[in-house]
Every structure is written in structure tokens, then in C-alpha cells.
Design a binder for this molecule. Structure first.
Ligand SMILES: Cc1ncc(COP(=O)(O)O)c(C=O)c1O
Length: 395
């Protein structure tokens, strides 16, 4: 297909590779055919109810308690933007009526996804009020640096508002230390949001449950099904322990949208910017029903094992080096040459059309990212990729 990049291909290793699985594709088609809009409970009760069921299963599988209320948005960027709006409502409820003053501060690490800063721009905190907390040698937020920045801001008369910690950063999949960040957020009465857009799915594995240690003290968390949960773009699961704050931040009901219903029914329009609510949860429900917890665990483990094996290849080759730990299914590495040579290597292998990979910058140097997330990826695909890389540097 000309001009269509095959994101569903087993050798698509760029960004966060993801599988649009068959059940999810059918769920997507069915949602389009039904064309329901779940803005109110009564406008299609199944939309709200099935979303509740599917997000409840995912929550339980990730080991989160039933304190968490879930809602589906399109992307993690939008989920985190809603979290930042909640933070504003939590710390500065007057802002809903009066607008933000320029004194609310958001803290996130230097390695956080750009969507966090965009969220702060959109919600009106302003880019100048985003603090990028330094990271340690393994690209994790330094809690002591976070607290020092907060103290400086308090001394300067600012209002610390929100901390966004990342579980699985975009460049290297590093894990911010939630158990140390949560007490700081509590001490300064800030909203704590966890961006687990990619790696949150790994918490479905008992041996990876620890990645969400401390998340039970956070106020909100996002995990994308369209990253590592077999679901085609888009589906972002947003959870909050403060459903009341989310509602307070976003509910605005004109007469023509009065639900006239039992107040216990969830009207999804009250929990976010969009009025209309697509039946996105149907495809996630299909995925969770079709694969089941054990099969999903097996798939995640396979991806992690493939990444570990590839990391060993890199480590064993004197011409290459790994430039970050490999906790999940992403391997960050570079050819031991110049940035230009690394960029050329990447361009060369991508130009073959056999494989697609992307890059990042780490400690001022170009690093290549190999992201595994496709159901059909095999060890042979990785061996072929490795050969292509070595051939590209020999040229
Ligand atoms: C950690 C993290 N957060 C947020 C995002 C944004 O995701 P989305 O495209 O769903 O907005 C990404 C995308 O890669 C990400 O890696």
C-alpha cells in the first residue's frame, strides 16, 4: 500500500510498536456500525456500562483497588491534560471561574513525554510554570531534586500544583520512584498523576506489579491500550481516585443536555472535555475477553524476553553499546561511532523497507530505539534486524 506505514508489521520497531489485533479491529468496526454516542447513560447505557466493566477488569489485572474510577479518552496526551485540569481544580478551585493565575507549578522529569508540557499549556498553567526535574544515571526522576524545586517555588510565593511521574518513559522506559515521589506530593498537597501510557500494561504481570508500587497514593493514572495492549489507535484508559474532582472540573450541563435520570447513572459527558463519547471500550472489551489475562501475560512476557535477547546481542558486540537499562520491551543502543554514523545507520535500514525504527537523544548523543510490541514478531525478525544494522555500519 503506497504511503501507508505498516504499524501492524512484525518488524515495525519504531516509537511504541503496537498490535491492532483482530478482535480489536472487529470491535472497532462494530462500534462504527452501531454509531452510538454515550454522552449520557440513557443515550446508550451499554457504552457507560461496558466501559465500566472493561476498565474494571484492566484495573484489577494491574492490581489497582476499586477506589479508582476509569474513563476512556482517545490518547494519553488528552488523559494527562485532564489530570492537569484536575490538579488545577484540586489546588486552585477558583481557577474554573476566574482562570489561572500564573502561580501554579507543575513538576515532571526531564524525561517526561512532551504531552505533559502541552497539557500544562492547554490548561493555562503556562510553560514557564513547568519544572523539569533532573534524572539519575538511569533516567529516573530524582526525588530530592523534586523537593528542592518545590521548596524554591514555595519560598518564591508560587503554588505547587501537580507532579507527573512516569512509569516507562518514552525514550528509555525508565521508572520514576513513585514510593518516594508520593510522600512529597502529599507533603505539599499536590495532585500526583502517573503517566504509565506504555508500561502500565506490564503491571498485568505479577512479577512486574512492583512498577506501580506507590501508585495507590496517586490521584490519577493513564495507561494506553493502543500502546501495549493489542488495541489499534486510539484508546487511552484514564483512572482517578478523585472522581469528584474530575466531575467538578468538567461538569457543565445546559438545559438541552439535562439527563432527567437516576442520579446514580454515570453520564460520561460530565467527566471530560468531549461531549460525545465513542464506544471505544467495545474494542478493549473484545481484547480482554478474547485473549484473557493469561494469554496477555504470555504475550507481554514474550516481548520482554525478545528485548532481553536483543540486548544481549548488543552487549556482546564490541562495535555497539546499550545506552539505557532494558526493563521492558524497548532496547536503546548506539553504534560506537559519531551521531552522524548512527543517523545514517538508521536511515539506511529504514530505507530497506524491511524494518522501521526510530531514535532519541540520551545524554546529548543519538540513541537508536528498538521497540517490540507486535504479536507476530519472532526472534528471526530481530536477527534479520540485527544483520541489517551491522551491514549498514559496514557500508
Ligand atoms: C510516556 C508517554 N506518555 C504519553 C504519550 C502520548 O501518547 P498519545 O499518543 O496516546 O497521546 C506517549 C507516547 O509515546 C508516551 O510514551
Amino acid at each position: 500500500m503506497p504511503s501507508v506505514t505498516q504499524w501492524n508489521h512484525p518488524r515495525f520497531f519504531a516509537y511504541f510498536a503496537c498490535t491492532g489485533s483482530t478482535p480489536a479491529i472487529l470491535g472497532e468496526m462494530l462500534a462504527a456500525a452501531l454509531n452510538t454516542n454515550g454522552l449520557h447513560w440513557k443515550t446508550s447505557p451499554a457504552v457507560a456500562e461496558l466501559e465500566h466493566v472493561a476498565l474494571g477488569w484492566l484495573r484489577q489485572w494491574m492490581g489497582l483497588s476499586d477506589e479508582w474510577f476509569g474513563i476512556v479518552y482517545d490518547t494519553a496526551s488528552v488523559s494527562s491534560m485532564h489530570a492537569i485540569a484536575c490538579a488545577r481544580e484540586f489546588v486552585a478551585p477558583e481557577a474554573r471561574v476566574e482562570g489561572s493565575r500564573a502561580d501554579l507549578i507543575l513538576y515532571t522529569s526531564e524525561q517526561a513525554h512532551s504531552s505533559i508540557e502541552k497539557g500544562a499549556i492547554t490548561v493555562g498553567l503556562g510553560q514557564n510554570n513547568v519544572r523539569k526535574v533532573p534524572v539519575d544515571a538511569e533516567f529516573r526522576m530524582k526525588p530530592e531534586a523534586l523537593e528542592a524545586l518545590v521548596q524554591q517555588d514555595v519560598a518564591a510565593g508560587k503554588r505547587p500544583c501537580c507532579v507527573v511521574a512516569t512509569v516507562g518513559t518514552t525514550s528509555t522506559t525508565s521508572i520514576d520512584p513513585l514510593t518516594q515521589i508520593a510522600p512529597i506530593a502529599e507533603k505539599y498537597k499536590m495532585w500526583l498523576h502517573v503517566d504509565a501510557a506504555y508500561a502500565g500494561a506490564a503491571a498485568i504481570l505479577p512479577e512486574y506489579r512492583y512498577i506501580l508500587d506507590g501508585a495507590e497514593r496517586a490521584h490519577s493514572l493513564v495507561v494506553n491500550a493502543h500502546k501495549w495492549l493489542l488495541t489499534p489507535i486510539d484508546l487511552s484508559a484514564f483512572y482517578t481516585r478523585r472522581r469528584d474532582i474530575l466531575r467538578r472540573a468538567f461538569s457543565l450541563v445546559p438545559e438541552y443536555l439535562h439527563p432527567n435520570l437516576d442520579p446514580r447513572a454515570t453520564d460520561l459527558m460530565d467527566y471530560g472535555v468531549p461531549l460525545g463519547h465513542r464506544f471505544r471500550a467495545l474494542k478493549l472489551w473484545f481484547v480482554l475477553r478474547y485473549f484473557g489475562q493469561e494469554r496477555i501475560q504470555k504475550i507481554l512476557r514474550t516481548h520482554i524476553q525478545l528485548a532481553q535477547r536483543f540486548a544481549h546481542l548488543v552487549d556482546a558486540d564490541p562495535d555497539f553499546e546499550r545506552v539505557a537499562p532494558t526493563p521492558f520491551s524497548i532496547v536503546c543502543f548506539r553504534y560506537k561511532g559519531t551521531d552522524e554514523q548512527n543517523k545514517k545507520m538508521l536511515d539506511t535500514i529504514n530505507a530497506t523497507g524491511r524494518v522501521f525504527m526510530s531514535h532519541t537523544m540520551l545524554n546529548g548523543r543519538v540513541a537508536v530505539r528498538l521497540a517490540i510490541g507486535n504479536l507476530a514478531t519472532t526472534w528471526e525478525d530481530l536477527l534479520e534486524t540485527w544483520e541489517l544494522l551491522k551491514e549498514a555500519v559496514r557500508r
